[in-house]
Ligand binder design. Structure first.
Ligand code: PLP
Length: 418
């Protein structure tokens, strides 16, 4: 089959057997190609086109694609013991749990491993309920915690929740970055507050400096747990190992996924303090389990990813490249203030907000035609996110900025000419 027939065949199969609506959306956004291979910040497609990845798999590819240290670790494990028998002790899981405890915010000691962000949040909800004996959660409007039934109840967007009502009871949503609103929402049955340190899908919303410290104090005073969802922000993305490190706040429970698998394996984790763990799992260590969670391949990938994040200084690199990107985007905003209303973010978790949604849609398409991949934030389509691999070079950041500005000018001309 020639490459064009191959591409059409795959899109037809999406249309017939995967998700026809999604196939249309992807084509419209300018992603009507089929991925073939990827290394570093570059994705190659069947058509022969190459793309600079400024989306980074929504935060998965912090280490870039096919990082050699992670691939080598997984390959070695693959030939020996890909999956656990689940009867004997599993060495990669033990080593990864130890490593995470050594890096995590103060007090977080135990880890439960799973395969995705939503499962990590499900684990956090169960641990909080199990440890406190209480059932309710305070969450935030615009939050994204996943789409399985527990995490969906915590997710702060009606569009995703409404078709599946009734939700798990006991979840209330208050505005983000408002400690008083959380205080007012806490009731006698509240187990925990769950927030993302920076709202990702809500539109890359950074809190004011007193938000997380304020939540920490409030939770301590009222005897409830603080759950931080670091699925997207964790592991160097924001220019700190964990976003909560920016404010010196340690949660009682923390979720991780995305970058944890090194961009090679699916891997999630929920961590908690010893006290909470003992209360949640003390009576029955099998109260929360997963057949594939913590499998040796994923844990070897995780361990290698954490080693590479440290040895390659990715926290510092996210800060430096983030500053370059935000400075460049602010310059573009100053030149086009009617089109771009805001540029915000920390490290390489950056959002640009358009005056109207259509500019964003057309700009994503225009960037894709210029060989750069970007996407919206899921709960706020006026915002395009830039979350490239943290290993991105200075030259690649410049290339992304150039493509963005050209696409934005083209989008504005198209819309203004209508
Ligand atoms: N939590 C946060 C903060 C996320 O950004 C996401 C995904 O974008 C999730 C949870 C859900 O992760 P997954 O898609 O792996 O289930």
């Amino acid at each position: 089959m020639d490459s064009e027939s191959r591409i059409n065949h795959v899109i037809d199969l999406y249309q017939e057997y995967v998700n026809p609506g999604l196939a249309s959306v992807m084509r419209f956004a300018g992603f009507g190609d089929v991925e073939e291979s990827a290394t570093g910040c570059t994705v190659r497609c069947v058509s022969g086109a190459e793309y600079l990845d400024c989306l980074g798999g929504y935060g998965v590819f912090t280490l870039g694609h096919s990082h050699p240290h992670v691939v080598a670790a997984v390959q070695e494990q693959l030939t020996r013991l890909p999956l656990s028998c689940r009867t004997f002790f599993n060495e990669p899981m033990a080593l990864l749990a130890e490593k995470l405890a050594s890096m995590a915010p103060k007090g977080l000691q135990y880890s439960f491993f799973c395969n995705s962000g939503t499962e990590a949040v499900e684990g956090a909800i169960k641990i909080a309920r199990g440890a406190t004996g209480r059932t309710d959660f305070v969450c935030t409007v615009g939050a994204f915690h996943g789409k399985s039934m527990g995490s969906l109840a915590a997710t702060g967007r009606e569009l995703f929740r409404k078709p599946f009502d009734p939700m798990l009871p006991g979840f209330v949503h208050v505005p983000f970055d408002d400690v008083q609103a959380v205080a007012d929402a806490i009731g006698p049955n509240t187990a925990a507050v769950i927030v993302e340190p920076i709202q990702g899908e809500g539109g890359i919303r950074c809190p004011s400096d007193d938000y997380l410290p304020g939540l920490r104090r409030l939770c301590d005073e009222r005897g409830i747990l603080l759950i931080l969802d670091e699925v997207q922000t964790g592991l160097s993305r924001t220019g700190a190992m964990f976003a909560c490190d920016h404010w010196g706040v340690a949660p009682d429970i923390m979720t991780l996924a995305k970058a944890l698998g090194g961009g090679v394996m699916p891997l999630g984790a929920v961590m908690a303090t010893k006290d909470i763990w003992d209360k949640a799992f003390g009576e029955n260590p099998l109260v929360h389990t997963s057949t594939f969670g913590g499998n040796p391949l994923a844990c070897r990938a995780g361990l290698a990813a954490l080693e590479a994040i440290e040895s390659e200084g990715l926290v510092e690199r996210a800060r430096a490249r983030g500053e370059q990107m935000i400075t460049g985007l602010r310059r573009i905003q100053a030149a086009h203030p009617d089109v771009l209303v805001d540029v915000r973010g920390m490290g390489l978790m950056i959002g640009v907000e358009f005056a109207v949604e259509d500019y964003g849609e057309l700009s994503i398409n225009g960037m894709s035609r210029r060989g750069v991949v970007a996407a919206y934030t899921l709960n706020n389509p006026k915002v395009i996110r830039f979350e490239p691999p943290v290993i991105i070079t200075e030259e690649e950041v410049d290339r992304a900025l150039k493509a963005f500005e050209e696409a934005l000018i083209e989008a504005a001309e198209m819309l203004n000419g209508m």
